[in-house]
Design a protein around this ligand. Structure first.
Ligand SMILES: Cc1cc2nc3c(=O)[nH]c(=O)nc-3n(C[C@H](O)[C@H](O)[C@H](O)COP(=O)(O)O)c2cc1C
Length: 197
């Protein structure tokens, strides 16, 4: 096995267009020899960050919820794909809360100088960002990209590549666009192949 690739789904729709693109990317990674898993943030039981700052001194959050398991998966993944729709010119609130709760990685890395991700893992792992939007305007991905890149930085998963698809209001059903499905598959496969090297 080349490694484990985790897909983080930010859309609330388990069979929506974002989910289909993520499935394609994970299929590509699987075909490159990786084990794959999806974290669907909408199915997790967790609260937003309450700024209790427990993670300033400890390797986890004081809030005992589904994020505890997610932290371990994020820490141990060999690469990570974040797939999300644009909502209100950013990312969906629940995905943002998920990312905010990853402050445990921020504190460990930037405040205590003891990153949770092992240096040898950081060297190999990479982040792929998949994002779709209803509208087709130049700045539509700006907010989502800033957040995604900050997330990849915080969790020591260097940004590798992106697939940004606008104009979903016209496309409607991503399954009608084989070129876009193929693009997601190819980017997932490249991510997986990079791990095998
Ligand atoms: C609450 C909400 C807010 C949205 N805000 C934006 C937006 O600001 N800009 C945009 O281009 N599309 C926006 N969209 C459209 C979605 O990005 C688009 O429909 C996307 O294809 C949804 O993907 P999904 O069906 O996989 O969740 C919004 C959709 C919802 C439900």
């Amino acid at each position: 096995m080349a490694g484990t690739v985790i897909g983080i789904l930010g859309s609330p729709l388990p069979e929506g267009n974002t989910a289909i693109l993520l499935q394609q990317a994970l299929k590509g990674a699987a075909d490159a020899g990786c084990t794959t898993e999806t974290i669907s943030v909408n199915t997790l039981d967790f609260q937003p960050c309450m700024e209790m700052m427990f993670c300033r001194e400890h390797e986890t959050c004081i809030m005992d919820d589904d994020m505890q398991q997610a932290y371990l998966k994020i820490r141990d993944a060999d690469s990570i794909i974040v797939a999300t729709p644009v909502m209100t010119m950013g990312i969906p609130g629940r995905l943002k809360s998920f990312i905010d709760r990853c402050q445990v990685f921020f504190m460990a890395k930037y405040v205590r100088n003891q990153p949770l991700v092992a240096p040898e893992k950081k060297k190999v792992r990479r982040g792929l960002f998949i994002c779709i939007s209803g509208m087709k305007i130049p700045e539509v991905f700006v907010g989502a990209k800033l957040t995604a890149k900050a997330f990849f930085d915080i969790i020591d998963c260097p940004f590798h590549d992106e697939l940004l698809i606008s104009d979903m209001d016209t496309i409607h059903d991503i399954r009608t666009r084989k070129d876009l499905l193929d693009a997601a598959y190819a980017k997932g496969k490249a991510l997986g192949e990079a791990l095998g090297k």
